[in-house]
Design a protein around this ligand. Structure first.
Ligand SMILES: Cc1cc2nc3c(=O)[nH]c(=O)nc-3n(C[C@H](O)[C@H](O)[C@H](O)COP(=O)(O)OP(=O)(O)OC[C@H]3O[C@@H](n4cnc5c(N)ncnc54)[C@H](O)[C@@H]3O)c2cc1C
Length: 393
């Protein structure tokens, strides 16, 4: 039985999501991928079943069921549809800046609408010239009376064009490096805000990924998150909490592909027996299952760490580890699932090639896996383990 540290209440929610995933999401996954259209019906489904509320504390209209529950929900949706799972992961990513750094007025204004799903958010950090090196961003914000005037652009923003609110990072001081970055809540109807294009992608095709332009965009000063210059700190703190969500998406894709390959291997026969009984296929299935379960152990540990209020440095490291490991597992396992299905794995009639394409992005967004390795190593280098060498000469 897979690792399951959930409470009985959380298990009930998981059962509901499993049923929804099987009955309502899975039948749509192929078409969402084939058309590349944003799945408004899946947003409705998540709204109707209060799943966006999983991301929000109870006092602001959410379920208050915690981070582990969000991860499990994303995982269950991703087992059948990468795009639909990203709706929930993006809701968590876009809500986190307000949850972690918003003042009371900002929380009261936005969180209930994020909980109900009336509002979809977007997190706008990346620019064309600054992805991994986010401190190199050029978008500027200049104070003008009781407003900030924002000019610049953002690239690769999930939920572009469907979000009602954008968390925009911009430099209030161009000379201060990452200490010059501030974070703003920007309503989509703010004059000067424009979505200039949407990308055609390899996977997660129903999710919108777009470019934003800000031209003399006047944002009320009350929409500043935290203090001026705290934007980078907020961005990184958010990623510490949101990266496990990408791990959950990756794990769901990997487990979904494993489950599909297993059933296929039981019925597809070559040389007089089901391929599952050929040792090389059986070995591949065993490796896929083992990798998924190892990934789950690490991911759920991080969910529990967030819920138990783990120290920030530990969270930084373990969050990066979970995203790194789950996404590498997803790429390996979905590729193996295609191999198990042979030629049928390569054609669009079967879901595993879609899962493989969807898995690739999990190694790239919210910090590439090269960046995760840098983060993990940086935290390791700060740790003191000299005692392990005591007595070694
Ligand atoms: C579908 C999609 C959705 C996205 N959604 C969002 C979103 O909602 N919000 C948002 O802000 N961003 C989003 N992004 C952006 C994403 O986070 C960036 O693309 C990612 O962080 C990498 O940045 P980059 O593309 O500029 O690559 P680069 O930073 O140019 O990196 C190129 C390569 O160099 C490697 N590299 C870079 N620096 C180092 C280093 N120091 N050491 C070793 N290797 C290094 C990288 O790992 C990568 O392999 C999204 C991207 C995509 C494709």
């Amino acid at each position: 039985m897979p690792y399951d540290p959930l409470t009985d209440d959380q298990r009930e929610i998981r059962e509901l999501i499993r049923d929804l995933s099987r009955d309502r999401v899975a039948p749509r996954a192929h078409d969402i991928d084939a058309t590349g259209e944003f799945p408004a019906d899946m947003v409705e489904l998540l709204r109707d079943h209060d799943l966006f509320a999983l991301c929000i504390p109870e006092e602001y209209g959410g379920t208050g069921t915690g981070a582990l529950m969000v991860l499990v929900a994303i995982e269950e949706l991703a087992k059948v549809c990468g795009t639909t799972s990203l709706l929930l992961a993006a809701q968590e990513l876009g809500s986190l800046p307000i949850k972690l750094a918003g003042n009371e007025a900002q929380k009261a204004k936005y969180l209930p609408r994020l909980a109900s799903g009336e509002l979809l958010p977007a997190y706008a950090l990346t620019e064309s010239g600054s992805g991994s090196d986010s401190a190199a961003m050029r978008t500027s914000a200049k104070r003008d009376g009781d407003h900030y005037v924002i000019n610049g652009d953002k690239r690769f923003i999930t939920n572009a064009s469907v979000a009602g609110v954008y968390i925009v990072f911009a430099k209030t001081d161009q000379t201060a490096g990452h200490r010059g970055i501030s974070a703003f809540i920007v309503d989509a109807d703010t004059p000067g805000f424009q979505v200039s294009r949407l990308e055609a992608k390899m996977g997660i095709k129903g999710s919108t990924t777009g470019e934003l332009y800000f031209t003399d965009m006047r944002v009320p000063a009350e929409n500043l998150l935290g203090e001026e210059g705290e934007g980078f700190k907020i961005a990184m703190r958010v990623l510490d909490h949101s990266r496990p969500g990408i791990g959950a998406q990756a794990l769901g894709l990997a487990q979904g592909a494993t489950d599909y390959a297993l059933e296929y291997a039981k019925t597809r026969e070559t040389m007089g027996k089901p391929i599952a009984q050929h040792q090389m296929i059986a070995g591949m299935l065993a490796d896929m299952e083992t990798k998924c379960e190892a990934a789950r152990g690490l991911l759920y540990k991080v969910g529990l760490m967030i819920d138990e209020g783990a120290p920030a440095a530990d969270l930084t490291k373990y969050s990066a580890m979970s995203k790194l490991f789950c996404s590498d597992v997803a790429m390996e396992v979905t590729t193996d699932a295609v191999q198990v299905l042979g030629g049928y794995g390569y054609v669009k009639e079967y879901p595993v090639e879609r899962m493989m394409r969807d898995a690739k992005i999990t190694q790239i967004y919210e910090g590439t896996n090269q960046i995760q390795r840098l983060v993990i190593a940086r935290e390791m280098l700060r740790e003191q383990r000299a005692f392990l060498l005591a007595g070694v000469s």
